[in-house]
Design a protein around this ligand. Structure first.
Ligand SMILES: Cc1cc2nc3c(=O)[nH]c(=O)nc-3n(C[C@H](O)[C@H](O)[C@H](O)COP(=O)(O)OP(=O)(O)OC[C@H]3O[C@@H](n4cnc5c(N)ncnc54)[C@H](O)[C@@H]3O)c2cc1C
Length: 378
C-alpha cells in the first residue's frame, strides 16, 4: 500500500482483518448504514482461516485446515445464505487405533467395536461404560473429564496421545473444555457435528466472503498490517480489530500462547484416497489428521488431494491454548480491551477474544457488534 497516497484516507470504519468477522461487519455497515469501510488484511487474501483455493489439478483445498460449516441458529444460516448456495455437509470422521478405523465422536459403534461387544440398547452400553468410569470428586482438567466419562482404555487409546500431539501439553494441564467440545454419544449417529444445519458453500468460502463484501462502499487493502497503517488512517466512526490482543497492546503483559499447524498437501491420481473426509491418528505418525476435503466439496475429478496436519507451537495463531496461565493473562488484556471502547476501538472474533469459536459463532458475534455500533453511532 502507498501510505503517502492514503494519508488523508478517512473511512467511517477501519476494519482490521478480512476474516468472517471483518467481512460481516463491513457488509452490514455498508448496506444498512451506508458507512464507508476500509478493511486492512495482512495476508494476500480475504476469508481469514476459512480461505480455500483451487490447486493445480483443479481441486478445491482448504488452505488452513478443513472447515466444516454448521449452524446452531437458523437466523445466522439465513443471513449467510444471502451470499452463497449450499451443498450438504455430512462430515464423517474416523480415528485410526491399532490399525482399525473407529467412528469419531465416540458413539455406540465405536464402543462396540473397540470392546468387541454388542449392546441391545444405549442404556446397556451406558451401564457397561459406567463400570469403566473413574469417578473424580472434582473435574480439574481434560484427563479427569474423559476418565470420568469413558474410563481409562478409551482415554488412553483415543484422547491422551492425540491431545499431547495437538497441544504439546498433557491433558492433565489443559482445561476440561478442550476435550469437552467433542460430543460423546450412546447412539449410532455417525456425523462429526451435532447440528442438523450442516452445509458447505457450493463455490467455497473465498467466493462466499467475496460476495459478502461486493458493496462499493467497502475497500480492501491486502498485504497490509494494521501496525503499518495505524498512524496514517483514522476512521471517522470506529476501528474494529480482529487480530490477537497481545499484538495490539505490544505484548504489554506478555505473550498469549497459540497452537499452530503446518499443512502438507499431496495430490494423487485417484478418485478417492481414504474412506471419509478426516482420519485422526492419535497414537502413530507426527501428524494428527489426514483430510481429503473432496468428500465434502463433492468435486468430480480423477485426482484427489490429502492434507496432513502437523501441530507446532510457533507460526500463525490458530488455537488459543486454554490453560491457567493464558486465562490469567487474557483477563488482564480484557480490561484494556474494554477501555479501548472509549477510544472507539472494538475487538471481535476468534483471535481478538482468545476463544475457540466456530464460523457460525463468530458471524453471530459480528452481527451483534454491528447492532451495538448501529445504536451507538447514529
Ligand atoms: C485449523 C482450523 C480449523 C477450523 N475448522 C473449523 C470448522 O470446521 N468449522 C468452523 O465453524 N470453524 C472452524 N474453524 C474456525 C474458523 O476458522 C473461525 O471461526 C473463523 O475463521 C474466525 O473468524 P475471524 O474473523 O474471527 O478470524 P480469522 O478467520 O482468523 O480472520 C482474522 C484475519 O485478520 C487478519 N489479521 C490479524 N491481525 C492483523 C493485523 N494486525 N493486521 C491486518 N490483518 C490482521 C488475519 O490475517 C486474518 O485473515 C477452524 C479454525 C482453524 C484454525
Amino acid at each position: 500500500m502507498n501510505i503517502k497516497k492514503n494519508r488523508n484516507e478517512k473511512p467511517d470504519l477501519l476494519i482490521v482483518g478480512a476474516g468472517p468477522v471483518g467481512c460481516v461487519i463491513a457488509e452490514r455497515a455498508a448496506k444498512i448504514k451506508n458507512w464507508s469501510c476500509l478493511i486492512v488484511e495482512k495476508r494476500n487474501h480475504i476469508a481469514g482461516n476459512c480461505y480455500d483455493e483451487i490447486n493445480k489439478k483443479g481441486l478445491r483445498i482448504h488452505k488452513y485446515g478443513p472447515h466444516y460449516m454448521r449452524f446452531k441458529k437458523r437466523k445466522i444460516f439465513d443471513y449467510v445464505s444471502n451470499f452463497t448456495k449450499w451443498i450438504k455437509g455430512n462430515y464423517i470422521v474416523k480415528s485410526s487405533v491399532k490399525g482399525e478405523l473407529y467412528p469419531i465422536p465416540i458413539n455406540l459403534d465405536t464402543i462396540e467395536k473397540f470392546f468387541n461387544k454388542k449392546f441391545k440398547s444405549s442404556k446397556e452400553a451406558k451401564n457397561f461404560i459406567n463400570t469403566l468410569k473413574i469417578r473424580k470428586k472434582k473435574i480439574k482438567n481434560s484427563e479427569d473429564f474423559i476418565l470420568s466419562k469413558l474410563g481409562k482404555d478409551i482415554y488412553e487409546n483415543f484422547y491422551k496421545n492425540y491431545t499431547i500431539k495437538q497441544w504439546g501439553i498433557h491433558p492433565k494441564n489443559l482445561n476440561k473444555s478442550v476435550v469437552g467440545r467433542l460430543p460423546i454419544r450412546f447412539n449410532r449417529d455417525p456425523y462429526y457435528v451435532n447440528q442438523k444445519l450442516k452445509v458447505m458453500p457450493k463455490k467455497g468460502y473465498a467466493h462466499l466472503f467475496k460476495n459478502m463484501i461486493k458493496n462499493k462502499k467497502i475497500k480492501v487493502l491486502l498485504n497490509t498490517s494494521y501496525e503499518k497503517i495505524k498512524n496514517n488512517i483514522s476512521p471517522s466512526i470506529a476501528t474494529i480489530y480482529t487480530g490477537p490482543p497481545d499484538v495490539f497492546f505490544n505484548y504489554k503483559y506478555g505473550k498469549l500462547n497459540w497452537r499452530s499447524l503446518d499443512f502438507k498437501f499431496k495430490t494423487l491420481k485417484k478418485n478417492k484416497i481414504q474412506e471419509c473426509v478426516q482420519i485422526n491418528f492419535p497414537n502413530e505418525n507426527k501428524f494428527t489428521r489426514k483430510v481429503e476435503i473432496k468428500h465434502v466439496t463433492k468435486q468430480k475429478s480423477k485426482y484427489s488431494t490429502i492434507s496432513y496436519e502437523f501441530p507446532k507451537s510457533k507460526g500463525d495463531p490458530y488455537y488459543p491454548v486454554n490453560n491457567k496461565k493464558n486465562s490469567i493473562l487474557f483477563k488482564k488484556y480484557k480490561k484494556l480491551i474494554k477501555k479501548m471502547e472509549n477510544k472507539n476501538i472494538y475487538f471481535e472474533g476468534r483471535l481478538a477474544s482468545y476463544r475457540y469459536l466456530n464460523m457460525d459463532e463468530v458471524i453471530e458475534c459480528a452481527l451483534n457488534l454491528f447492532n451495538k455500533l448501529k445504536k451507538k453511532y447514529k
